[in-house]
Design a protein around this ligand. Sequence first.
Ligand SMILES: NC(=O)c1ccc[n+]([C@@H]2O[C@H](COP(=O)([O-])OP(=O)(O)OC[C@H]3O[C@@H](n4cnc5c(N)ncnc54)[C@H](O)[C@@H]3O)[C@@H](O)[C@H]2O)c1
Length: 247
Amino acid sequence: MFDLSGRVGLVTGGGQNVGAGIARSLAAQGAAVAINDLVEERARVVAEEIAAQGGKAVAAAFDVSSGAAVAEGIAVAEQALGPIDILVNNAGVPPGMGLTPFREQDPDDWTPFIDLNLYGVLHCCKAVIDGMCERGFGRIVTISSGAGQVGIPLGISTYGAGKGGALSFMRHLAMEVAGQGVTANSLALGLMASGTGDDTAAIAKTVPVGRVGFPEDIGAAVVYLASNEAAWVTGQTIGINGGNLTS
Ligand SMILES: NC(=O)c1ccc[n+]([C@@H]2O[C@H](COP(=O)([O-])OP(=O)(O)OC[C@H]3O[C@@H](n4cnc5c(N)ncnc54)[C@H](O)[C@@H]3O)[C@@H](O)[C@H]2O)c1
C-alpha cells in the first residue's frame, strides 16, 4: 500500500522543517522528488540527503509567488524527473514573518502573506494541472493551518487570510478536476516543533495528544493523499493537529 514508485513529486518550501520531512516521506515511498525552496542551498542539501539514502531528488530553487519563475522552475524540474504527478504546496511562511495585530499593520505588510499563501498555490497549481488532467492522474496537497479555519488572537490575521483563501480554492479546484483522476486536498496543521522556539514544552501541554507536531506526522498524511489508495478523497481539509481544534 501507498507505493509511490514511478511517481514524481514537487514539494514547495521543501528546504527545511515540514517541507523537508514531506520530501523525505515521499522519497521513502519510491517517488522522485523535486525540492523547491527560495533558498537554493537548502533545497540542494535536502536533495543530496535523499540521494545519499538511495532516493531520487533534484533541487528546484524558485520563488512560488512569481508566476513566471514557477513556470520556468517547474519546466526545468520536469526535464530532470518527468511530469509532476504530486504537487505539495508547502511554502507558506514569508521570510522574517512576525506577529502583528491587524490594527498595527500597514497595507504593504499584507502582500507577502497573500502572495505566498494564495498566489503561490495558484501559480503552482496552474503550472501542473493541465498535464495532470491530460494524463488522468494527479495529486495536489496544500499545507494549510488551523489559522486558515479559526480566529486566533496572535497577530496572524493576514497569514490566516492567505491560508483560508487557499483552502477555499482547493475545494473548488477539486470539484473542477474530479472527473480527470486528479484530487486536491488540504492539511490544516496545528503547531509544529519548528514553530515553537523555546516554548515547546509549555505549548505541548495545550495539545490533547501531549506534544507538538513533527515533519514525519505531516509526511505520512501526504504519502496517503498522494497514493492510488486515496483516489476517493478529494476536496477535503484534514486537521493534523494532535486533537487541538482551536489552532
Ligand atoms: N510551523 C508551524 O507551527 C506551522 C503550523 C501550521 C502550519 N504551518 C505551515 O506549514 C508549512 C511549513 O512550515 P514550516 O514551519 O516548515 O516553514 P519554514 O519557514 O520552516 O520553511 C519553509 C520554507 O519555505 C521557503 N520559502 C519561503 N518563501 C518561499 C517562496 N516564496 N518560494 C519558495 N520557497 C519559499 C523558505 O525558504 C523555507 O525554507 C507552511 O505552509 C506553514 O504555513 C506551519
